[in-house]
Write a new protein. Structure first.
Length: 242
C-alpha cells in the first residue's frame, strides 16, 4: 500500500526518523517543518495521510486540524503529542484528528497506526468493503463509495473518524455496539485510548444528524452497553403497536 504522506514535524531528527520508517514501507514522504508549511503541503500535494506534531512553530497542530476540517478536507490525521492528559488528547479528536500517538513512541506502534488509517481510508474511498452498498437507516443515508452522508436530503460533513463510526452503526441498524467495539473500528489499538474517544465522536455526530442533539432519536445510548443507530419512524411505529 504505497501512499503519499505529509510529515509535519519541526524536530529535524524526529522528522528524519519518520521519513525513513515511512519510506521503508514504500510511502512517498513530504516533510513540513512548521504548521503553515503543513497546510501548504496538504493543499498542493493531496496526500493520503498527515502525520502531525502538535507543538510546532507558526501554527500548531491543533490549528492545522481546525483549518483543514474547516476547508472540508477529509484526509486522515495522525497526531503526535507530548501532551498526555486526557482532555488535551480528546481536544485533538474533537477538532477532527483520527488518532494520536504520545511521545516518546515506538516506531513499530506508529507504523501500525499508519497502516490502520491508510487501510480504512482506502476501503472507504475505493468502494463498499462489505458488499452492502448504500446504507439507509430511515432518512439517514451513508454512502461508503462516495464517502457521503445525508439526513433528509441534507448533506452532512463528517470527519473520517465520525464517518467510520456512523457507517459501522448504519451497517447493522438497531444493533448495540459497545464502546470497545467502536474503538476497535476506529483505531484497532483500544488499549491506548479512552472510552471517551467514542463519546466525543458520538456527541459531534448528534450535532450533525439529530434534530435535537440533546434528545437524540437516531443515535441512541443504550445505558451500560454502548450505542446503536435506529430509524425513529420505525421505532415510533413499534412503540404505537406494542
Amino acid at each position: 500500500m504505497c501512499a503519499n504522506v505529509v510529515v509535519a514535524e519541526d524536530d529535524e531528527n524526529q522528522a528524519e526518523l519518520l521519513r525513513r520508517y515511512l519510506e521503508r514501507e514504500g510511502h512517498r514522504v513530504t516533510v513540513a517543518p512548521d504548521g503553515l508549511a503543513a497546510l501548504d503541503a496538504v493543499r498542493h500535494g493531496e496526500p493520503d495521510l498527515l502525520v502531525l506534531d502538535v507543538m510546532m512553530p507558526r501554527a500548531d497542530g491543533l490549528d492545522v486540524v481546525r483549518v483543514l476540517r474547516a476547508e472540508q478536507r477529509e484526509l486522515p490525521v495522525l497526531m503526535l503529542t507530548a501532551r498526555t492528559t486526557e482532555d488535551d488528547l480528546l481536544l485533538g479528536l474533537d477538532l477532527g484528528a483520527d488518532d494520536y500517538v504520545t511521545k516518546p513512541y515506538s516506531p513499530r506502534e506508529l507504523m501500525a497506526r499508519v497502516r490502520t488509517l491508510l487501510r480504512r481510508n482506502r476501503r472507504g474511498a475505493s468502494g463498499d468493503p462489505d458488499g452492502s452498498g448504500v446504507l439507509r437507516v430511515g432518512a439517514l443515508v451513508v454512502d461508503p463509495v462516495r464517502h457521503v452522508v445525508t439526513v433528509e436530503g441534507r448533506a452532512v460533513e463528517c470527519t473520517p473518524g465520525e464517518f467510520r463510526i456512523l457507517s459501522t452503526l448504519a451497517a447493522e441498524p438497531d444493533r448495540v455496539f459497545s464502546r470497545q467495539q467502536l474503538l476497535a473500528e476506529l483505531h484497532g489499538f483500544d488499549r491506548y485510548i479512552s472510552d471517551r474517544t467514542v463519546d466525543v465522536h458520538v456527541m459531534n455526530l448528534r450535532k450533525k444528524i439529530e434534530p435535537a442533539p440533546r434528545r437524540p432519536v437516531r443515535l441512541l445510548t443504550v445505558f451500560g452497553v454502548g450505542y446503536k443507530l435506529t430509524d425513529p419512524a420505525k421505532a415510533a411505529s413499534r412503540a404505537a403497536t406494542s
